[in-house]
Design a protein around this ligand. Structure first.
Ligand SMILES: Nc1nc2c(ncn2[C@@H]2O[C@H](COP(=O)(O)OP(=O)(O)OP(=O)(O)O)[C@@H](O)[C@H]2O)c(=O)[nH]1
Ligand SMILES: [K+]
Ligand SMILES: [Mg+2]
Length: 442
């Protein structure tokens, strides 16, 4: 039997032990499985208490079971749910009982969602939103994932696709007429008007999103600077706990230390690094190398110093904010500001100036991720395909004077990219990649 036609099962709730565990079964044999284990087929969609027994009539657990006959189920297939006690032995007894059925096997990561997708229960952007919702750590990530799950991008993409098909139909009709020597202008003009309107709508969506797709990974902020200026002290302030060792000894931090922060709902990874200086100590040299590499990859660098004349040693393209530390040591110092660069005066050990720095970081994140209240784009894949659509529509407008066939071809290409966005065409290759990222049991 093809793996696609087999019945799958998985633990869909968290890691055992837990009070309750949820095991889902989906596929043609779900009904037989629940009938054998629960002793009867429960009424559809009703919580039903049952003593589960394996095929040898040995009891497994006192459980609550659900029976969802397809297609009105989460996957579109027959689905059974077992709500059991979440102990390891209970789970392994149930898994053994399930595996004893022929053509019933454990699910691959994301396989339930993939089946739901293949049965038309959700489009690809919604499936991606579902995965993002499960992995959301912050409120803004959750909101963005929910928008995707609600199908906001999918709905827009479907509408765009219909309108591209309408424009294509007009142009194709024009091509047919022109074979008869007719003037197709009345067909071409409205088609081009449609294409122009579409183009500006999609461009607006792309422009208004900032880098909303980066909300999934979060923003990386590196704290860098010379040794002993208080980088680790600032790190601990931002993290509100002692994640990094602080000492008066220059060269304390060697490894790159990371913390995940939730800054006003924005996911931010802050990185503390080794103080950058020339050194003969090979371990510290390695620390400095790593520090420079991580700072070069960051989205923002906080360059910390404790003196007004701090030189910056930084290779990346990220913006750099100069932060002057230890202002409590008197001689508050002249501002470090240079034209176009942010400047902060703080005392990392006392906390002075840290709230202002955090506010500025939130502002940076807002700006970076764009108006994420309206963020439709959740992934780089989606942005890339929308950019392909825009490029094809622009080419369509550019080539229409040279021949309607060329314009029609560009519209087909735009429609194709939207089809890929929704998971309608050409998708086998990307489906594997996308669903493999999912949790098992989802
Ligand atoms: N007075 C004062 N001392 C500070 C301040 N911030 C840090 N220090 C002190 O400066 C010393 C170095 O602090 P660290 O946080 O270890 O500095 P670092 O930049 O991480 O040092 P390395 O990891 O060795 O590069 C420690 O003794 C801290 O207590 C501050 O705002 N004011
Ligand atoms: K230090
Ligand atoms: Mg340090």
């Amino acid at each position: 039997m093809h793996p696609r036609d087999q019945t799958i099962f998985a633990l869909s709730s968290g890691r055992p032990p837990s009070a309750i565990a949820l095991v889902r079964v989906s596929g043609p044999q779900a009904g037989e499985v629940v009938t054998v284990l629960a002793g009867r087929l429960p009424p559809p969609r009703m919580a039903t208490r049952a003593l589960l027994r394996d095929v040898g009539q040995r009891p497994i657990d006192d459980a609550v079971v659900f029976w969802f006959p397809g297609p009105a189920s989460a996957t579109g297939e027959d689905v059974a749910e077992f709500h059991i006690h979440g102990g390891r032995a209970v789970l392994s007894a149930l898994f053994a009982a399930l595996s004893a059925f022929a053509d019933v096997r454990t699910a691959e990561p994301g396989e339930f969602t993939r089946r739901a997708f293949e049965n038309g229960k959700l489009d690809l952007t919604e499936a991606e939103g579902l995965d993002d919702l499960i992995h959301a750590d912050t409120d803004r990530q959750r909101h963005q994932a929910l928008r995707q799950l609600k199908g906001l991008l999918g709905d827009r993409a479907r509408d765009w696709r219909v309108r591209i098909i309408e424009a294509s139909a007009l142009i194709e009709a024009g091509i047919d007429f022109s074979d008869e020597g007719d003037v197709p202008a009345e067909l071409i003009a409205p088609a081009l008007a449609k294409v122009k309107a579409l183009l500006s709508e999609i461009e607006d969506v792309l422009a208004g999103q900032g880098r909303s797709e980066r909300l999934r990974d979060g923003l990386v902020v590196a704290i860098a600077g010379p040794p002993n200026v208080g980088k680790s002290t600032l790190m601990n302030q931002l993290a509100r706990r002692e994640v990094a060792i602080v000492s008066p000894h220059a060269g304390t931090t060697r490894d790159v230390i990371e913390v995940q922060l939730d800054l006003d709902g924005y996911p931010v990874t802050v990185i503390d690094t080794a103080g950058i200086r020339e050194t003969d100590d090979p371990v510290e040299q390695e620390g400095v190398r790593r520090a420079r590499a991580r700072a070069a990859d960051a989205d923002l660098v906080l360059w910390l110093s404790d003196s007004p004349q701090a030189a910056i040693h930084h290779d990346g393209s990220a913006p750099i904010w100069k932060v002057r530390n230890k202002i409590d040591l008197g001689e508050a110092g002249r501002p470090l500001a240079e034209p176009g660069q942010a400047s902060f005066q703080i005392s990392a050990s006392r906390g002075d100036g840290v709230p202002e720095l955090i506010n500025a970081l939130v502002g940076f994140a807002q700006n970076y991720f764009g108006g994420s209240e309206s963020g439709l784009i959740g992934r780089t894949r989606q942005r890339k395909l929308l950019e392909d659509v825009v490029a094809a529509l622009r080419r369509c407008l550019a080539v229409v004077g040279q021949g309607e066939e060329l314009a029609a071809e560009e519209l087909r290409s735009a429609g194709h990219s939207l089809g890929r966005l929704l998971g309608r065409v050409d998708v086998e290759d990307i489906l594997d990649v996308i669903f493999r990222e999912f949790c098992v049991g989802k």
